[in-house]
Design a binder for this molecule. Sequence first.
Ligand SMILES: [Mg+2]
Length: 358
Amino acid sequence: MELLPIIHADADAFFAACHMAEDSSLRSRPIAVAGDPGTRHGIILAANYPARSYGIRTTMRVGEARHRCPGLITIAPQRELYTAYSRRLREIFDQWTPLVEPLSIDEAWLDLTPQMDRWHGDSVKAGQALQASILSHLGITVSLGISINKMLAKQVSDWNKPGGLTILPKDDISQRLWPRPIIELFGCGPSTARRLASWNIETIGDLAKTPISALTSLGIQGERLKTRAQGTDYSPVVPPRITDRQSISVERTLPYNLAPDALTDQSWQPLITELLIRRTSTGLDGRTLVAKYRTSDFTTHTRQITTSQSIHTAAQILTLLHQILARTPITQPVRLIGLGLTDLRLPTTEQMTFWQNV
Ligand SMILES: [Mg+2]
């Protein structure tokens, strides 16, 4: 089975959905969030699906919207509400994978690669579980695109809104993506679409087949759009605030104080195992090992060591631990021990980082 590890998740009619989740009496009625609902000239910012069935669209004036749907309920925007829902959405995404890249307040890419074993390689099952979790915890629906890379996942996530789940395997690109109009290509604005149309490039497939030499006047954007159209843009999913979780650690209070010479490799082994499991679940790489111990007088000591290679085996951890303890031996009975990895980075950005020794 082909692995489709990337999900693009996009909440349906997000602003309106937040209000419906707060007040279920709004669910079946046409509602719109409007910039200034008191005046006819205010602009519709979002409309739920019942309102859309009257032809109400984003950026329409309130006056026209009311004309089309006299029963329309207009609501002033509540930014704090949307931010709160956005944060909760993000918290749920984070439970699916550490590799989450938000694209807007209600959209994100998820790279399930580090979690594929958990889902037995089935990202559709993972996606369905994600939709169910968001619906039960937040009361809103999201539509998903699932594919081999970010751009393709984004490309298809709105094909079955609301609450849809669209899968685009590599072999389907030419049949299902290429006939679509070029304006639907992510990153292709109306003016670029007009320029491409003037060169007889009308569909995504037309662009995919156009030699790059014919696109030089578009510069770097031409290359970027062409790789997207071909489905070969593999830019990584990059969490924006990796520093928020740049370390992991585990610790254990010992059943009784241990004299330094009674502290053996065996004593550290459960912590090593746990640390390696935690490390795997983050999908991140670390090269700095931290050893921590609290002595019987309740003083906590931390020591760390940095190595040139990513730490991912028990043997590596034991070797580094021995080096730390040889450098600064423990001299008093110990009541707690701990291990950690710091300076965790995405494997792909590894080469760009350097390690600090403290
Ligand atoms: Mg949305």
